[in-house]
Design a protein around this ligand. Structure first.
Ligand code: LLP
Length: 380
């Protein structure tokens, strides 16, 4: 720890720190738990840093993208087009053209109108891309409302009823190859029972499609497995065993049907921390503010989703524990990391680590208030 603190003190704060050893262990655990060799596509939106991607690629994972630029980034980082799936409710013509030209594995299509556009563009190019339909299963993922995607009021996917009604129309499109269905009910799901509910719905919908003469060689169940934000040290590796077992035990796969997953947070969440320095402290009534140099521009999750990330004072050796509101410098009242967090007595210059920031940390950073963008550093 002393050595690390010395190293950290030489880097300009705030910065992201990635422990690649944690990432390696997570990838190893994922591999061991995936006994059936299901296809796992890493959700690039969680973290797109080159050293992180290199390890994920070496572990043999495919990639899940949500924009043309993400597809480009994945290919530039060594992933094969055949490993790429492309989702998103609002794919532009330019993105569709680019992905068709690259020959990606599959489009996860979110509306009939989008399918018509893909069919038309593919036809003009004399191509026949693979497509999977994203179905909104109307299931409650039991997570924060802003990261729930599989309920009726969400913009994602289409209902199974609409898909059933559209079967003939889909079959008549000659420039697409319908290879399966796709689901993703939400993110940071910690109750495994929610995935069991998803399996039950998938089985129902799948038999409806088979009855209507649709072949489904691929089934993609998305991602969403949560991590333990409050205990990143002892719970650094998510329970991939329980996760995969839930699908193995509850899904009725068709003969030779391939099962695909799209995991993001559970792979990269625990390997990253945001390292920041205490600038000032002040009191207002009973509240003691600890003002640090990182803010919501570096890590948006607390401001956007009321997310809690564990914070640690790396420098203080005080045994006096104090309750603080840990806040950033941005001119917004929502620029708060933790309300009422208990830390050893802290002072100007102390280094604070905001943990579990490897997923949806850097990829969501921005330069509001014309702030500098935090840089990334790695353990090796
Ligand atoms: N597949 C699809 C279609 C998705 O939309 C997502 C995430 C994933 C897979 C990966 O989900 P994961 O395994 O990482 O939960 N910014 C939010 C999370 C947004 C997730 C968006 N979609 C946060 O910081 O919590």
């Amino acid at each position: 720890m002393k050595e690390l603190l010395q190293k950290f003190s030489e880097i300009e704060t705030p910065f992201y720190w990635y422990d690649l050893n944690v990432l390696d262990k997570t990838l190893q655990a994922l591999k061991e738990a995936n006994r059936k060799n299901y296809h796992v596509h890493y959700a690039l939106k969680a973290n797109n840093n080159a050293p992180v991607l290199a390890r994920i690629k070496d572990a043999g994972l495919g990639i899940d993208c949500v924009s043309g630029n993400e597809v480009k980034h994945a290919l530039e980082n060594g992933f094969e087009p055949s490993q790429v799936v492309l989702a998103g409710v609002g794919k532009t013509d330019k993105e569709i053209e680019y992905a068709i030209d690259q020959g990606i594995f599959s489009f996860n299509v979110e509306s009939i109108e989008e399918l018509e556009v893909i069919n038309k563009i593919a036809s003009s190019k004399g191509k026949k891309p693979n497509i999977s339909f994203r179905i909104n299963p109307a299931i409650d993922a039991g997570t924060h409302r802003k990261i729930t995607t599989g309920s009726k009021e969400n913009k994602f996917g289409i209902s199974d009823e609409e898909l059933f009604r559209s079967v003939d129309q889909i079959k008549s499109m000659e420039s697409i190859r319908f290879i399966g269905v796709h689901y993703h009910i939400g993110s940071q799901i910690t109750d495994i029972g929610r995935f069991k509910n998803l399996c039950v719905r998938i089985n129902e919908i799948q038999s409806g499609l088979v009855e209507r003469g649709i072949e489904l060689p691929h089934l993609n169940v998305g991602g969403g497995l949560g991590i333990d934000y409050l205990d990143p040290d002892t719970k650094s590796i998510p329970d991939f065993e329980a996760y995969f077992n839930t699908f193995t035990e509850n899904l009725q796969l068709l003969p030779d049907q391939e099962l695909h997953f799209e995991l993001g947070r559970s792979i990269v969440g625990q390997c990253g921390s945001l390292i920041t320095k205490v600038l000032y402290q002040k009191e207002s009534g009973a509240t003691k503010f600890l003002i640090v140099d990182a803010g919501m521009t570096d890590l948006m999750r607390p401001a956007l989703y009321d997310a809690e990330h564990m914070a640690q004072n790396l420098s203080s050796e005080s045994s006096n524990m104090v309750t603080y509101d840990l806040v950033g410098p941005v001119c917004e009242s929502s620029d708060i990391f933790n309300k009422g967090i208990v830390l050893p007595e802290s002072k100007r210059g102390d280094l604070i680590a905001i943990r579990s920031a490897g997923a949806y940390g850097e990829t969501m950073k921005n330069a509001y208030n014309l702030r500098e963008l935090a840089k990334a550093y790695y353990s090796e």
